[in-house]
Design a protein around this ligand. Structure first.
Ligand SMILES: NC(=O)c1ccc[n+]([C@@H]2O[C@H](COP(=O)([O-])OP(=O)(O)OC[C@H]3O[C@@H](n4cnc5c(N)ncnc54)[C@H](OP(=O)(O)O)[C@@H]3O)[C@@H](O)[C@H]2O)c1
Length: 337
């Protein structure tokens, strides 16, 4: 695996990040440790978790594994925001909840700092000043190295960034958005914002929860039990993808897979990696076999014609104000000499 600069920071991460949402859920502790070891043996140093994954078990499993390794050689990212307790303050981005969430994450991860603390989502209740002054203090106190953001809209991220600049606080340096061949609206606002601000981008669900591996063919709403999609407690979440556009996408990815000799998962991941705004997709796996397949997305690049064919199959209607982009690009590229 190649190493990359983490956005505008001086830190270095692997070109794939290991997602650990399956740990303590679809992958037991032993399998999770094997996944971590396989990832690390193949050059991976970048691990993503969250305090709420498997109610904290994911962090515990990572912590146990990390305790027997050189902590400094890994870049560990976690998240805070969602509900950790039933009382009124057990959720959100308040100073009170952030402090208790981080204290608990550090204990489960068996470390005295995390490299990246990500806000898991926007909190309409807490003033941004309260959230970002708290995060600034956490960086200063050495509890976290960097601040990241997940699932914000473009204007929310930019507002946070400008606030930090005005106050001289540590700025958010990364974005974790939903992004894959099926979910492309991320390209309208979030990815251009990230590129303009030199923000590291780590897309989640790059395989659309497994749909892009092609294993459900064209009827993933009938996915078998024992799979992420088949076991989903909210089948509507995946059912919305069962349409003509997804069928076109799967046909195209399958065709390119046959032409290149790469698996559909590798093609789908390589397409995400081919976007210059992307730093490292977060790959999820329930087994070492799946991870091995996904690691095969590195070390090669899709040809331009393949990227264009996938873009065409997955094209989304571009509506106002994003339909102004081509005129803006033309103007930006104008020869004024
Ligand atoms: N910030 C957020 O809100 C947010 C949300 C979701 C995820 N995340 C992060 O992003 C990571 C990745 O998300 P994700 O797990 O949804 O990613 P994904 O790659 O879209 O889906 C992973 C799932 O697809 C299946 N799969 C993966 N590789 C496969 C392969 N090679 N062949 C066949 N099936 C394969 C597995 O499920 P089955 O075997 O059950 O089919 C696996 O659990 C998470 O671990 C987490 O760290 C963040």
């Amino acid at each position: 695996m190649k190493l990359k600069k983490f956005g505008k920071t001086g830190s270095i991460v692997s070109e794939l990040c290991l997602g650990t949402m399956t740990f303590g859920w679809q992958a037991d502790e032993d399998t999770s440790h094997k996944i971590l070891s396989h990832f690390s043996e193949n050059g991976g140093n970048f691990i993503d978790t969250a305090n709420v994954y498997s109610s904290g078990k994911s962090e515990e499993i990572i912590g146990k594994w990390l305790a027997e390794r050189d902590r400094e050689s890994f870049f560990v990212a976690t998240k805070a925001r969602f509900k950790t307790a039933e009382h009124a303050n057990g959720v959100g981005l308040s100073r009170k909840h952030l402090h208790s969430a981080v204290r608990e994450s550090l204990a489960r991860l068996r470390t005295n700092y995390v490299d990246l603390l990500q806000l898991h989502a926007w909190d309409p209740l807490t003033p941004l000043e309260e959230t970002f002054s708290t995060l600034n203090t956490m960086v200063e106190d050495g509890l976290i190295r960097y601040v990241g953001i997940s699932n914000f809209r473009g204007w929310q991220f930019e507002k946070a960034l400008q606030l930090c600049r005005q106050r001289g606080w540590h700025e958010p340096v990364s974005l974790q958005p939903h992004y894959n061949i099926i979910v492309r609206a991320t390209e309208f606002e979030l990815l251009p914002m990230a590129q303009a601000e030199n923000i590291a981008v780590m897309p989640w669900s790059p395989l659309a929860g497994g749909i892009l591996t092609g294993k459900y063919k064209n009827s993933f709403s009938k996915a078998p039990k024992g799979t992420r999609v088949g076991d989903s407690s909210s089948p509507e979440y995946y059912k919305r993808y069962e349409n003509e556009r997804t069928r076109k996408i799967l046909d195209q990815v399958e065709k390119i897979s046959a032409e290149t000799g790469k698996t559909m998962a590798q093609v789908a991941l390589n397409w995400v990696m081919s976007n210059p705004a992307v730093t490292a997709p977060i790959v999820g796996a329930r087994s070492v076999e799946q991870l091995t397949d996904n690691l095969g997305a590195t070390g090669w690049s899709l040809e331009k014609k393949h990227i264009e064919a996938i873009n065409e199959a997955s094209n989304l209607e571009v509506t106002y104000p994003y339909d102004r982009r081509s005129e803006e690009q033309q103007r930006a590229g104008r020869d004024l000499s």
